[in-house]
Design a protein around this ligand. Structure first.
Ligand code: HEC
Ligand code: HEC
Ligand code: HEC
Ligand code: HEC
Ligand code: HEC
Length: 328
């Protein structure tokens, strides 16, 4: 599996690559002969490229149609606390991320940052504000950017493919849905939600979310020709690592094969004791800090978090075993 060092190198190479291609078009004394013959890709004309993310009806979803995480807090306190210290919650405001995306914005154009934001700030992508005509040309692009990958992003995803680079389909978030699954839009009062819990569950949960393919949409990345004007260049893929590991039961020659198939949630979202959450079952709730190797970053940058999820995940050094050994 990729070390965080080599991962950062990959990102750096990606960015340097992007800068080179942009530079090739503008600088006369550029020595990269190959780059000079490569035209910069055209500015994407569709709403979401160069990301694979889509909406169900192909239209934009205005930012007001997303619920802030605070809307869920009153009934899902444990989940909210855990999510608050996650890298998902911090995905858009991390300084390293912001600077990298801003370099792309400055050198190539705001439309190209849709690639990055589809995973780091999906709401900005779907709200359609990553365009030359938008009022704001610098982050934050919407009032919800700060929440990064927030509750109503993950919980409104309805389809996924394993292509990565944001290969999910999302629909307008809803708190309630009819029996046939059709969402009922609007910000219903807490009483109305509690009066029809099955309708709430239909709106926010589906089997897809419990599959590794759901996670793969953002945990597998490439720089496509529409971004670099060149060819597909693979980035990281936690999903492929998992698939090749002894945990997935999908690989023929894995080391350390586990007795039972173990998916992303088993390791990253274990059921933990619940203190206060309406969705707890028998006192347990699927935890949301989704800790990993880089998780400590969120705790260093925003130290007023408990760090409980991080400590639990890294307890006994089991985290060092990583994906391919997957002996946690
Ligand atoms: C008024 C209280 C209330 C609010 C507000 C609320 N929920 Fe819930 N939620 C519940 C209850 C109650 C359950 C179901 C518990 C059970 O399984 O019986 C639930 C269950 C869930 C589940 C699990 C569904 C399942 O099938 O296991 C998810 C996911 C969820 N809510 C997400 C959200 C999100 C996201 C928000 C904010 C946009 C939100 N909820 C806002 C009360 C609420
Ligand atoms: C497919 C989803 C996806 C896309 C597209 C994507 N990223 Fe990321 N990015 C991630 C994930 C997931 C991580 C965390 C991976 C890990 O910790 O192993 C990450 C981590 C990073 C980091 C490291 C954060 C740090 O503090 O070290 C930077 C920087 C970054 N991305 C920049 C970018 C830029 C710039 C783009 C666009 C050119 C981009 N990303 C596109 C999903 C994505
Ligand atoms: C990265 C995507 C992601 C984000 C962000 C996210 N969730 Fe979840 N959530 C999931 C997945 C996946 C599950 C299913 C876990 C399981 O069943 O093992 C889940 C399960 C839940 C459950 C049911 C827990 C249980 O034990 O059955 C609730 C409630 C919930 N989420 C609420 C929220 C709230 C509230 C937020 C924001 C504060 C949030 N989620 C953010 C992916 C996400
Ligand atoms: C058997 C347990 C296990 C399973 C299953 C698992 N992971 Fe991990 N994952 C880990 C451990 C342990 C680490 C920490 C590795 C380290 O610190 O070196 C990790 C690290 C990560 C990281 C941080 C980046 C990195 O490469 O270190 C991401 C992102 C991640 N996992 C996502 C996923 C996704 C997505 C899936 C499912 C497709 C998954 N994991 C399945 C145990 C697991
Ligand atoms: C909408 C996109 C999206 C989805 C869906 C998503 N993630 Fe993430 N995830 C991210 C981004 C972006 C980051 C990294 C943010 C950063 O470092 O700036 C991240 C970070 C993580 C990390 C922390 C990595 C580390 O190095 O510490 C783990 C673990 C993780 N995700 C697991 C999961 C699992 C498991 C699922 C499926 C249940 C999932 N994610 C679904 C976008 C997503």
């Amino acid at each position: 599996m990729m070390s965080s060092h080599s991962f950062k190198l990959t990102i750096l190479t990606l960015l340097v690559g992007i800068c080179l291609y942009v530079g090739a078009g503008t600088s006369a004394d550029n020595h990269q002969a190959t780059n000079e013959t490569r035209p910069a890709p055209p500015v994407p004309t569709d709403l979401f490229g160069p990301s694979n993310a889509r909406t169900e009806d192909g239209k934009l979803i205005p930012v007001e149609h997303f619920f802030p995480a605070l809307r869920c807090l009153s009934c899902h306190q444990d989940t909210h606390t855990a999510w608050s210290e996650s890298l998902h919650r911090n995905a858009a405001r991390e300084p390293f991320y912001r600077e990298s995306a801003d370099i792309l914005l400055r050198t190539r154009g705001i439309e190209f940052t849709r690639h990055c934001e589809s995973c780091h700030t999906p709401i900005a992508l779907f709200a359609g504000v990553l365009s030359k005509n938008s009022l704001r040309q610098q982050a934050p692009f919407t009032q919800l950017d700060d929440e990064g990958v927030t509750c109503s992003v993950c919980h409104s995803i309805t389809q996924a493919t394993v292509d990565g680079t944001g290969s999910f389909t999302i629909r307008r978030p809803a708190l309630l849905a009819r029996e046939d699954g059709t969402p009922i839009y609007g910000d219903f009062a807490n009483d109305q939600i509690l009066a029809d819990i099955p309708a709430h569950k239909r709106a926010v949960m589906r089997p897809l979310l419990r599959s590794p393919e759901f996670c793969s949409t953002c945990h597998k990345v490439d720089a496509p020709p529409s971004l670099n004007g060149y060819k597909h260049i693979r980035g990281f893929s936690a999903y492929d690592e998992w698939q090749q590991s002894g945990a997935s039961h999908e690989s023929i020659l894995p080391f350390y094969r586990r007795e039972q198939r173990t998916d992303c949630r088993s390791c990253h979202m274990p059921k933990v004791e619940s203190r206060n959450d309406r969705a707890a079952k028998e006192g347990k709730i699927a935890s949301h800090p989704l800790a990993g190797r880089q998780h400590s970053r969120a705790l260093i940058l925003w130290p007023n978090r408990s760090g409980e999820g991080y400590r639990r995940f890294h307890k006994g050094g089991r985290a060092r075993s990583g994906h391919l050994r997957a002996q946690a």
